[in-house]
Ligand binder design. Structure first.
Ligand code: ADQ
Length: 488
């Protein structure tokens, strides 16, 4: 039988929706549209593979028969569910993963909380994932584990099946040693990751930070990008995640070719702003509502811009889309309130009868409307305080089919390393952001086209499919390396 790839991530690439009333008894399974789901699509759909993860529904919220129905429906999509209880989700996901690892890896040490019960749940849930993987694993299969919720999983699999080839990819930054060393359980977490044969990061900086943490905390030998773990060698490398370039390009072409009647109401309203004057522009801001994304700082910088350069009042409109995320976490609730207040303050201070400076949407938008925004906004202002990659930056540039538009991007986003032609700013410097906005407003079209041409070429070549296949190729190569060693 052909060997298969087992993909493992905290969430499965689908959303389960339960029947809303007694009469309806159909369980709906919808594919999720996130970057990871898209990225792995080619590997998951076109090859012999299985995806293992949580369905998003806690087992104590449903009865046995519903659980069986969900599992059956999920299996038809080549997915296997790891059952989690409400308490496990609370302590493993909201606790250890998002109240400790997420803030710490993004350098927000002041937001971290460590609790023993969270750590116990993290270990328990990683073991549950391992059991599920081992249940389906056959000789010759390879495993690709994703992200910070499953740092212990590679080691658990490797201990049970030493010959299996395991890849791990971290989607968020790996912090510098001085930050990482603060973490309780740091040795266990590093050893957990080192159960892999290949560990991938978005860029060389994260790779370097990881290697330095391993050599200083565990004192393992490092030779360039290979770490000696007992008798095994673990390869560390960077794989900057891309997007489905073609999908965004084609959608943008369709979008710009629409007749007036076919246009969405959103698109029509966006275009109305541009008719205010020749040099009116829309500034786009899209993120999950998360403190790492620098949304509050971005709003303050926009306020400063309007104050410092009043000539842009009435001409600049910030279209701010914040996708609800982790809404029951107090930190996120406080941030939501702060953003609500800032939007209110800016709109209260500057609005005129014909102009509202900030258009704020707190919701997730369907793909077509996302494209409306990408194609209508001539400036994108993406200023995360820390971000593993930031796919929105790439999606924006891919959607600018006539190559106009200016991207203002934080130097703290992994994506900045591949997009040096964008206006790169420090997200903590309001003055620099205001200056960049002025430059963007005044940038001649030829210059915009010139800059975007280079970025488009790069992100088109290294798209998400390439990212996934390069990773798998590299994992395959580590397998050969082990074989070579044995025959020598
Ligand atoms: P995220 O923090 O979620 O991902 P990002 O990379 O920007 O951040 O991806 C967000 C995705 O959601 C994009 O594909 C975007 O199109 C989509 N999206 C945003 N707003 C939306 C809306 N309103 N409606 C629908 N879709 C919307 C994590 C890391 C990142 C890393 C990715 C991938 O934090 O740094 O780039 O994983 O590794």
């Amino acid at each position: 039988m052909k060997n298969k790839t087992i993909i493992v991530s905290n969430r499965l690439p689908l959303n389960v929706s339960l029947p809303e009333n007694e009469e309806e008894n159909e369980i709906k399974i919808l594919p999720s549209v996130g970057g990871l789901a898209t990225g792995m699509k080619s590997i998951h759909q076109n090859s012999d593979s299985l995806w293992i993860g949580w369905s998003g529904i806690a087992t104590d919220d449903i009865d046995e028969s519903t659980r069986n129905k969900i599992n059956k429906a999920i299996q038809q999509q080549k997915c296997i569910s790891v059952d989690l209880t409400q308490d496990e989700v609370e302590d493993f996901y909201f606790g250890f993963s998002n109240d400790l690892l997420w803030p710490l890896f993004h350098y927000f040490t002041e937001y971290t909380h460590y609790k023993d019960e969270h750590w116990e749940a993290y270990k328990k849930v990683n073991r549950k994932f391992a059991e599920k993987v081992l249940e389906y694993l056959e000789d010759g299969d390879q495993v690709w584990v994703h992200d910070y919720q499953l740092l212990l999983l590679p080691q658990l699999i490797k201990e049970a099946k030493p010959n299996v080839s395991i890849g791990f990819f971290l989607h968020i930054p790996f912090p510098s040693y001085e930050i990482f060393r603060v973490l309780p359980k740091r040795e266990e977490l590093l050893k957990g990751m080192l159960g892999s044969d290949l560990i991938g990061f978005h860029n060389y900086d994260y790779e370097r930070h990881f290697i330095s943490s391993v050599s200083r905390i565990l004192r393992y030998d490092v030779n360039f990008n290979t770490i000696q773990v007992g008798r095994r060698k673990v390869k560390i490398d960077s794989f900057p995640m891309g997007i489905d370039y073609q999908k965004f390009k084609e959608a943008a072409i369709d979008n710009t070719n629409k007749s007036q009647e076919e246009k969405s109401q959103l698109k029509v309203r966006l275009e109305q702003h541009l008719q205010v004057s020749n040099d009116a522009k829309l500034i786009l801001s899209i993120d999950r509502l998360d403190y790492t994304k620098g949304i509050a700082q971005r709003l303050k910088a926009f306020e400063y811009f309007l104050t410092k350069y009043p000539q842009f009042q009435e001409k600049a409109r910030l279209v701010m889309l914040a996708v609800p995320s982790r809404e029951n976490v107090p930190q996120y609730q406080r941030l939501k309130r702060e953003i609500d207040e800032l939007v209110g303050r800016i709109n209260g201070k500057f609005s005129t009868v014909s102009w509202t400076p900030v258009w704020y949407f707190y919701r997730s938008l369907p793909f077509e409307q996302l494209i409306d925004l990408y194609t209508s906004c001539e400036i994108a202002l993406l200023t995360p305080i820390r971000d593993g990659m930031n796919l929105v930056a790439k999606e924006y540039i891919a959607s600018r089919t006539d190559r106009t538009g200016t991207l203002i991007l934080s130097e703290m986003a992994g994506a900045a390393q591949e997009m040096s032609e964008a206006l790169i700013i420090n997200p903590n410097d309001s003055n620099q952001i205001a200056e960049a906005l002025k430059v963007a407003f005044e940038m001649p079209e030829e210059e915009q086209i010139m800059r975007n041409k280079f970025i488009q070429k790069r992100i088109k070549r290294y798209d998400v499919e390439k990212w996934a296949t390069e990773f798998m190729k590299s994992l395959e190569a580590t397998k050969d390396l082990q074989k070579e060693k044995k025959t020598k």
